[in-house]
Design a protein around this ligand. Structure first.
Ligand SMILES: Cc1cc2nc3c(=O)[nH]c(=O)nc-3n(C[C@H](O)[C@H](O)[C@H](O)COP(=O)(O)O)c2cc1C
Length: 193
């Protein structure tokens, strides 16, 4: 028995259609952010930044995503199904957390190391969600768009890695199966071991 491995293996992305009713309280959101800030960080740059949209501002955020979508696609190319699905999130989602890499102003590290640190912080959030009966997923749709960059007031060297769309757990919902390749598919051993 290895509790941490179980937690890691049981972590799931859950999409808004499977969210339960209700809104997440502020205390649990703070616990997610507390977990995030204990991620590893080279030279202590702590490059993670988060913008939290609560129940009063989720609709505004979704409207901006829809604007980003409409800017990307001509009217004839837009999918009414996709747009309807996006709009529905205004009711389904409790909170959205934008995951942002804020570049060290002195650029003491290559950018990839700062992105890596923010991804570690995001994984801490993912793992913490399960403990707090929060469900959701990390979505990157339009995260790199100029429209969303401006909405989030990013500085030139900042990068938005995506957003957590969060809701309350529906305890009756089935836990989706996930698969990963076996170790042999991605590990090679150097020497005899
Ligand atoms: C950087 C990153 C971006 C992602 N962007 C999306 C996305 O835009 N849409 C989506 O449906 N899932 C997105 N995901 C979540 C993956 O779909 C999900 O992790 C994958 O299906 C495996 O499922 P699991 O997280 O439950 O193991 C993203 C995950 C990562 C790490």
């Amino acid at each position: 028995m290895n509790k941490l491995l179980d937690t890691i293996k049981n972590r799931r992305s859950t999409f808004p259609g499977q969210f339960g009713d209700g809104k997440i309280d502020q205390d649990r959101i703070l616990q997610l952010l507390e977990a995030a800030r204990w991620a590893p960080t080279h030279k202590m740059t702590e490059p993670w930044r988060f913008v939290v949209f609560g129940p009063d501002s989720v609709a505004e955020f979704i409207d901006e995503l829809i604007k980003a979508y409409n800017k990307k696609f001509k009217e004839s190319e837009r999918s009414p199904i996709k747009l309807k699905k996006l709009a529905k999130r205004k009711q389904q989602v409790s909170h959205i957390i934008a995951i942002i890499m804020h570049r060290d102003p002195e650029e003491r590290l290559p950018e990839i190391e700062e992105v890596a640190a923010v991804a570690c912080a995001a994984q801490n959030i993912y793992l913490m969600m399960d403990v707090l009966d929060i469900v959701g997923y990390w979505g990157s749709g339009f995260a790199y768009s100029e429209h969303m960059r401006q909405f989030l007031k990013l500085q030139d060297d900042d990068v938005c890695l995506g957003y957590f769309f969060l809701g309350c757990k529906d305890h009756d919902a089935p836990i989706p199966e996930r698969k990963r390749k076996d170790l042999e598919a991605f590990v090679s051993w150097y020497g005899e071991n």
